[in-house]
Design a protein around this ligand. Structure first.
Ligand SMILES: NC(=O)c1ccc[n+]([C@@H]2O[C@H](COP(=O)([O-])OP(=O)(O)OC[C@H]3O[C@@H](n4cnc5c(N)ncnc54)[C@H](OP(=O)(O)O)[C@@H]3O)[C@@H](O)[C@H]2O)c1
Length: 330
């Protein structure tokens, strides 16, 4: 495949108020790259996503201590896609240099200007399309963060910049500083959003989105796999919740009511002739404030099946959505 396919069934939404078009289903590498997927499997997954019309690939400096970016960089070289044919994003904040002062858990100017260099080197590219601040930093003045991120955009090393899990008030503060100084404003959030986690996106950001058109490229649309229904009978050996180091995620299963609630969606998926994963992914796309739903996968078959969600989206009319809401209500 010379480049990601332009799929007639794929919706390419505007990234918030920008003119950038991103596939409504996209692909990210958290947990999977390096831990579950070696170079060849990463290439195969990215190729499968690209074949389905995915043009947005997400990463972060901190994923697998930088190795996730390195794998994606090598995969993109192997795939040989022209740089203009896809949107590449990454995130900085947590750092990869242990406890070295200024090199992690910060958004200070020194860190940001150095972190982007490392990410570009690992990704083997001159620029990313969106550089996110992976979290907010209460210990760096907002003005310093906005100037540094805007300078990175001005330098051409990022096309846009965004935020991840910032409060609405922090995003507004950043936008106001950018406006005051004629700097590049942040254009999009990257927030957790799925059938079980809705408050921030639907309530906290509602006014912000109405006022500014701020975008959202949402993460963990399957609640790390919980919404696939595969944890009904315990934890499969090859699943994320069985991975060493992710016990904190698996703790979700300590509350059996989560699994039980998710099971209430199964009859709806069966009736619509789709998987529970497809139902959950399709639901995320029905929120117009969502620019793209970043999917994750540890197997090529999951990528293929998840992108087949495109055929399920039209089935989620208001009646089906109301039925889903009712099923999940406590
Ligand atoms: N900004 C942030 O703070 C942040 C945080 C987290 C993620 N993200 C981004 O969002 C992306 C997606 O997040 P996520 O990986 O947590 O998404 P997710 O869709 O909630 O979970 C993906 C995982 O669910 C399982 N899965 C996926 N499709 C499946 C299917 N059809 N059947 C059965 N199991 C399936 C796989 O895990 P197993 O097969 O291993 O069980 C897969 O790795 C990340 O890659 C990253 O780019 C951002």
């Amino acid at each position: 495949m010379a480049q990601p396919a332009v799929n007639k069934d794929m919706e390419y939404r505007r990234l918030g108020a920008t003119g950038l078009r991103v596939s409504v289903l996209s692909f990210g590498s958290w947990v999977t790259f390096d831990t579950q997927l070696d170079d060849q499997l990463a290439i195969d997954c990215m190729a499968a996503a690209g074949e389905a019309g995915c043009n947005f690939f997400d990463n972060a400096e901190a994923y697998a201590g930088g190795e996730s970016e390195a794998i994606m960089g090598r995969s993109l070289q192997d795939l040989g896609w022209p740089r203009w044919s896809y949107v590449l994003t990454t995130k900085v904040f947590f750092g990869i240099h242990g406890g070295v002062p200024n090199m992690g858990m910060t958004l200070n100017r020194k860190y940001l200007l150095q972190a982007i260099e490392g990410s570009l080197e690992r990704l083997q590219t001159d620029f990313v399309d969106v550089l996110y601040c992976h979290r907010s930093d209460p210990n760096t003045p907002m003005e310093e963060v906005v100037w540094a991120m805007s300078d990175i955009v001005s330098s051409g090393k990022a096309t846009y910049w965004g935020t991840s899990e910032w409060s609405a008030a922090e995003i507004r503060a950043a936008m106001a500083i950018a406006e005051r100084h004629h700097l590049h404003k942040p254009v999009t959030e990257q927030s957790q959003y799925n059938l079980l986690e809705r408050l921030r996106v639907e309530e906290e950001y509602a006014d912000l989105v109405a006022d500014t058109g701020y975008g959202n490229t949402i993460w963990s649309p399957l609640a790390s796999g919980l919404l696939t229904g595969k944890y009904r009978d315990g934890v499969p050996d090859d699943s994320r919740f069985a991975l060493e180091g992710y016990e904190w995620l698996a703790k979700r299963l300590n509350d059996p009511s989560g699994v039980e609630r998710v099971e209430r969606l199964r009859p709806i998926a069966d009736r619509l002739d789709c998987t529970m994963a497809q139902l959950a992914l399709a639901w995320c796309t029905t929120n117009p404030a969502v620019s793209t739903v970043i999917t994750g996968a540890s197997k090529v078959e999951q990528v293929v099946s998840n992108f087949e969600t495109l055929a399920v989206i039209p089935k989620l009319d208001d009646a089906v959505k109301a039925e889903m809401e009712a099923a999940l209500a406590d």
